[in-house]
Structure formats: C-alpha cells, structure tokens
Design a protein around this ligand. Structure first.
Ligand code: BG6
Length: 500
C-alpha cells in the first residue's frame, strides 16, 4: 500500500479551477484517483485550508461537465491543505516540506508526490530548483516517486526551451519531468493513432499518392478574456501551434512507431516534426496569415475588440488568429500541403483534422454528374463533439443518376458512455502510473519550436506590421482564404457540420 500527495502550484488560478479539479473529480468518480491522496494547494492568496477546500467545491460545481455527486467530491477532498506563499520565497518551500512530512507521517509508505506547476513557463525553473533544494523531489531511501508536471508552453522559442530543459535537468531526473499538452489527453486525438494503425484500410492510402491535402483547425469562440497579460506576449501562433496543433499534425503524419511506448512514440513524433517546413520556399511570409479580432458579435453577445481587452496593449499587434501553409519533407508526404489555422473570437468552436483525398477518375459519369462528385474527406472531430466523419459520394434514391456528397459518421458519444472528459484525466493518471507516452519529450518540443521559428523570425524582421483585422464572430480574416485559393483549394467552413 502507498499514499500520495498531489501538490498544485498556482492553486487559485484558472487552470486548476476550470480543468484540473474537474479532471481529478472524473478520475475519482471512476475509481482511478487514489483514495488516500492529499490535495495540497500553493498560491499567494491568503486562504485557510478550509476556505481553499470550499473554493475547490465551488470550482467543481461551476465547471464539472457531469452531475455533481457530493460523495465523489467528499472522497476527493477528504484531505485538502493550503500553503500560502510566493514561489520566489524559500519560506514557501520550507512550509510545504513541513506540511508534506506531517501528512506523510500518518500515512502508509512509500509516500508518492506529484507536483503540478499550473504556472507561467518562466517560473518552472525557479520552482523545480527550489523543490529540489528543499529535498522535496529526492527519491532516495525508499521514498515514493516524485514527479513534476509542467504546463505548456514549454519556453517561448527553441533557445528558451533548450535553456529551460538544461535548468530542469540539473535538478530533476529525466523520468521525473512530465511536459503536458492536454490535446494529447483528448480521446479523439489519441484515437488518430488507433484509426490509422488499427484499421487495415487506412495505411495503404495514407500518403502523397492518395491524399490531396490536410487541414487542421482549432477555432474558438472564446476571446482573450482576462488572460491579456499572458496572451499579448504570446499570440495565437505560440499559444496553439507548436503544441496543440502540432500534436494533431504529428499523430496524423508520423511513421508508425515500432511500439506504443514513450521512447518509440516520442521518437516517431519528433522525427516527423523535424521534417515540418514553411509550405513553399522563398518568401516565408507568403505561407502565413496573421489576424486580430476587432469588435463584433458572437451569437447574441457583443464582443469588444482584442485591443480593448483587459491587460492588452491598446496598440497591440499580437495575432489572435493564424493560418499557415506547411509542408512535411518526408517520402510519405512530399507535395502534400498541410494547412493549419487557429483563432479566437470566431463564429464557432470547432477543432478538427480534415484529410482530403484525391478525386477518383470520373470517366463513367456524365460531365454534369462528374461536377457534382466531391473529393472524399475524412474528418477527425476533436471539438465540440468527438468523432469521425467520412464524406462519400452516393447516388440519390430516385430514378435518375443523381450523385452527391453524404456523410458517414461515428460519434464517441453514441458508443462510449464515459463522462465528457476534460482531457487531463488520462494524462494525470498516466503520470501517476509513470507512463510518459502521452507527454511531450524534449525532442518534440524542440522540433515544434524549430518548425515555427521561420515565421516568428520573419515577423520580427517586419516588426510593426499589424495583423489583418477580422470582426469577432466571423471565420477569420479573408486573407486566410487567399492562402488556399492560390492553390485552388478552400478551407472547410467552420460552421459546417460533419464531413459533408
Ligand atoms: C490552451 C490555450 O492551451 O488551450 C488556450 O492556452 C486555448 O488559449 C485552450 O483556449 C484550448 O483548449 P481546448 O481544450 O478548449 O480546445
């Protein structure tokens, strides 16, 4: 028997309230969170453990996607503690060390510890170094495991990611560091591998001979909200592309790993990301469109311009939308463009990968019929629903030979009755089991930053160029359409349902 402590830095922040707590609750509800686990919050606010516990209950009531069951919450929150302190102050770590020893004194050993850094990336090294200095991460002498989860973005560039890695490697063993990207926890993203490698019908056509192009979209209705301080310094590209969008890209395009374990999967993904380049040589800028939302309306809600959001510079030239054309320089993908786009304050929340296949020869059809035939599109839906759709051409059931696109669809909801997961459940559980397969390796992070560096560098050279404006509630700046129109292609409308 063992016991554990789950220590959350940034415990009063948005991430803990919105995502972590619901995820821990879902784990507890399915019996996957250890019963004897103490929850320890660390943050700057002055709170008692009781007030902290109440704030966690409030967070569950507000953000849980399933019905709130007080028995599950009581089990999860049976042992809640709070440490008030600044992450720069040694006193914080001294108090934490005393608290953990006191908690573990009454519990079975070994006593495991998971430290979750729900903090901005520039603080990771400070916190990890201090944890180590106070012996909190030492695994010696029959102590249980000590693991540290750090949030994305890991650094802000290739150099800063490497520097951060070096700093963390000084104080943590490789096996203790878990770089999280919650997209990897989404069932639909994990399913990409199963779909590709678990079904014999896909791999033979999963290449440049059969695939015309790939579109990866993460469209969000959410605005910058109150995250201006982080977001204005980060922008859509750094916030979403080298991490969330590239997780999907890697899963779609990587070569089959020899095993489903951390080493093989990380290697396959890092190799793939290493082969990602701007879509065409020469002018990097021709492969990218940046946008920034202006005032508009999303549904019935009026949305002020990005520049009027709290903590955002009134003359900000940070992008809230980015569309990219990329290529993947491998034998499998030569000549197949990958179009990626992500943006905030758009008309609809939709995350998907759409794989458009080459058209079939249409000799047997009349010219008019052939015009109505559509390319097959395989759509892997990630949000708001999780599922898979395939656009096929079918004959309509009337005497004439009328053909057109139909959608063949599978939805996770219809098959699996799991509560709607947040995405963090699987990852936290895996970390507790010591399985890093669905986390990011240093190689993946570095390859991701390397792939976006040409765009960031090109923008730095043309500093002062404002992103293209788009009204909140739209599909993004019209210039993004030109990126595909130039190649004789078009984005799938984000309003569109299914694959049809
Ligand atoms: C976060 C980004 O990592 O992911 C946010 O920082 C973004 O800006 C969020 O809104 C999207 O996650 P999801 O799961 O809602 O698609």
């Amino acid at each position: 028997m063992s016991s554990c402590s789950f220590v959350m830095f940034g415990a009063t922040g948005d991430l803990v309230r919105r995502l972590l707590m619901p995820a821990l609750y879902n784990l507890a509800a399915t019996g996957l969170f250890p019963d004897r686990c103490a929850l320890v919050g660390v943050a700057r606010e002055k709170l008692s453990s009781d007030t902290f516990r109440r704030s966690l209950v409030d967070a569950l009531r507000e953000y849980l996607r399933a019905a709130f069951d007080s028995r599950v919450a009581d089990r999860l929150l049976a042992s809640v503690h709070y440490v008030r302190g600044d992450i720069d102050s040694p006193r914080t770590y001294a108090s934490l060390a005393n608290l953990l020893v006191a908690i573990e004194d009454h519990r079975p050993s070994p006593a495991d510890r998971l430290f979750y850094l729900a903090l901005p990336p520039m603080t990771f090294a400070t916190v990890a170094t201090s944890l180590a200095a106070f012996g909190l991460t030492a695994e010696r002498g029959g102590a249980g495991w000590r693991r540290v989860i750090v949030e994305k973005p890991f650094g802000v560039s290739l150099d800063s990611a490497r520097a951060l890695d070096r700093e963390l490697a000084d104080v943590l063993g490789k096996h203790q560091l878990y770089r999280i990207d919650h997209y990897l926890g989404k069932a639909s993203v994990q399913n990409i591998q199963t779909l590709r490698f678990g079904n014999g019908i896909f791999e033979p056509v999963w290449n440049r001979d059969h695939i015309d192009h790939v579109q990866i979209t993460v469209a969000e209705t959410v605005t910058v909200e109150r995250r201006g301080r982080f977001y204005d310094a980060t922008g859509a590209l750094r916030d979403m592309v080298p991490n969330h969008l590239f997780q999907m890209l890697a899963a779609i395009a990587m070569e089959p790993p020899s095993r489903f374990d951390a080493v093989s999967v990380h290697r396959a993904k890092a190799e793939l990301l290493d082969a990602v380049r701007p879509g065409s040589d020469g002018d990097v800028q021709a492969n990218v469109v940046r946008g920034q939302y202006r005032a508009g309306a999303i549904g019935a809600a009026n949305v002020p311009a990005y520049r009027d959001a709290p903590y955002v510079d009134a003359a900000s030239s940070t992008e809230t939308y980015v569309a990219l054309k990329l290529r993947v320089d491998t034998a499998r993908w030569t000549g197949v463009p990958f179009y990626l786009r992500t943006g905030k304050a758009l008309s609809r929340t939709r995350a998907e990968v759409a794989i458009t296949f080459k058209r079939s020869p249409t000799m047997m059809f009349s010219e008019k019929q052939a015009e109505r035939l559509m390319a097959n599109v395989l759509v892997l839906e990630v949000a708001p629903d999780e599922g898979v759709g395939l656009r096929l051409n079918a004959k309509s059931p009337n005497p004439s030979l009328t053909v057109g696109g139909v959608d063949m669809r599978f939805s996770f909801r219809d098959y699996f009755d799991a509560v709607r997961a947040v995405g963090y459940e699987k990852l936290i559980h895996d970390c507790m089991m010591g399985d890093a397969t669905l986390f990011q390796s240093a190689g993946m992070v570095e390859a991701g930053w390397r792939a976006v560096a040409p765009f960031v560098d090109a923008w730095a050279e043309s500093a002062g160029h404002d992103p293209f404006p788009y009204p909140a509630g739209s599909e993004g700046p019209p210039e993004a359409d030109a990126l595909l129109a130039r190649d004789g292609r078009a984005w799938r409308p984000i309003e569109q349902e299914g694959a049809r």
